[in-house]
Design a protein. Sequence first.
Length: 250
Amino acid sequence: MAEPLLRTQGLRRQFGGLAAVKRVSLECHAGKVHAVIGPNGAGKTTLINLLSGDLAPSAGSIEILGRDVTGLASHRIAQLGVGRSYQRTNVFMGFTAFENCRLAAQSRLPSSMRFVRRAEHYRAVNEAAERALDVCDLRSRADTVASALSHGERRCLEVAMTLATKPRILLLDEPLAGMGAEESARMVDLLRKLAPGHAMVLVEHDMDAVFALADTLTVMVDGNVLASGTPAQVRASAEVQNAYLGAGDE
């Protein structure tokens, strides 16, 4: 198997006397979805924050594309080809869908903060924004301000903004949060479409979505990895059933 695009070894994050993430090792390969599940407080979002550079690890290492990026700032990790979404929708409500994506694409320019020309004059940036909207089936909503979009459309817009940065690795933190059945199905279809072109780490509470999408599944409880393997292997684990799946989520 090819080398993973993302690898962690013994990753740990301490907050005072609390270890939110304890010795977590995982790999994510191109074209694969590595889902991370567990109850609230398991350390899932802390893990995503470590992978994205929003938090620095207390111990352990993170490799991206074979490079040790442990402790790098989030903007430097993003520039290596890592895109992430957040639990709460993180879009600019007063901007249109297109403007949100264009701003995300512009962040990858070496001169992104040198405002010499108007943003619409950057052809590559505009094309990246348009492609991202197309992939997420939001082209018809390009000129709609984000505040007028439905919750599900805003979640798709956040994914589109991530795609506009042309990432190779996607870190998605509960992209289905707060969605109804129809919106959830739409997001699952989108993630399934994106999976072949990316290495994807997916934190999600919707078990139907997880088992529909995941190639590898890691279960976290109290900051520890309880089990990791194929969805079938994890589903069959008595430990997982007792600690998580059998008791129901939340």
